[in-house]
Design a protein around this ligand. Structure first.
Ligand SMILES: CC(C)(COP(=O)(O)OP(=O)(O)OC[C@H]1O[C@@H](n2cnc3c(N)ncnc32)[C@H](O)[C@@H]1OP(=O)(O)O)[C@@H](O)C(=O)NCCC(=O)NCCS
Length: 213
């Protein structure tokens, strides 16, 4: 008998577990170059996950959902219900360790990403960039990533629906997200799902929002 949540072959959406942590970090790295593989782009492959994935599962494991494929993590959506509270937590609990591990950008790798390692290290060092003007109306935010073999099969839509439902259940009215301006596929995806561009969105830092129901 097939499982009710099984789609796209063996891909299954389920709640995050503590032992998913390395898998989540790996998916983050492999989708971090404007949606493509960022392995080797920065001097430390751990940097991207340390900024964009691991603090999320550390702070809100109950709002993280993974896609499991053949026993490994191949995608996720990571949510934060109250970005203001997350900013306070990040500054207090996450940023000090991050700054200790990554006091400065590492040596050049031969890649020249538009999002430089200096910028990435600066973004990891503190959370104030997350304090967008629309936080009162769009308090939640998310990150979503799927490995290439799972893209274009409806799982992104299902992950967003899963997180929106979990947020709505907690009484959170709306969420926002930021995208890399080079990630045209992600932009098309969010627009297709009904996200709208926020007032504070800029060409170099696009931002979108949507109600949770
Ligand atoms: C962006 C991403 C999460 C989308 O998930 P997905 O599973 O590929 O998208 P889905 O198959 O659920 O698509 C949902 C809808 O969006 C549309 N869509 C998705 N990607 C699209 C694209 N690149 N261009 C146009 N439309 C697109 C689909 O056609 C679909 O429309 P429909 O439901 O009306 O048929 C996924 O492709 C991904 O992880 N990409 C790499 C990492 C990344 O860019 N993450 C986002 C960072 S902000």
């Amino acid at each position: 008998m097939s499982r009710p949540d099984a789609v796209a072959g063996e891909a299954v959406i389920r709640p995050y577990r503590e032992d998913d942590r390395p898998g989540v970090a790996d998916v983050c790295l492999r989708t971090a170059a404007a949606g493509g593989d960022a392995t080797g782009v920065y001097s430390d492959d751990g940097l991207m996950p340390e900024v964009y994935a691991l603090p999320y599962v550390e702070y809100a494991p109950d709002l993280a959902f993974v896609v499991e494929l053949d026993g490994r993590v191949a995608g996720y959506v990571l949510g934060i219900a109250d970005t203001g509270d997350f900013i306070d937590w990040y500054a207090r609990e996450w940023a000090p360790g991050f700054r200790e591990r990554h006091p400065v950008a590492g040596p050049p790798t031969g890649h020249r990403p538009a999002y430089t390692e200096a910028q990435l290290v600066a973004d990891g060092a503190g959370p104030e960039r997350l304090r967008i003007p629309e936080l009162d109306d769009y308090p939640a935010h998310l990150h979503i990533d799927l490995l290439p073999e799972l893209q274009g099969r409806g799982l992104g839509r299902r992950l967003i629906d899963t997180l929106r439902a979990a947020l709505a259940e907690r009484g959170v009215a709306a969420l926002h997200l930021g995208i890399d301006p080079a990630n045209v596929g992600a932009r098309a995806f969010y627009e297709r799902l009904g996200f709208h561009e926020l007032r504070s969105s800029r060409p170099d830092a696009p931002r979108f929002g949507i109600a949770t129901r």
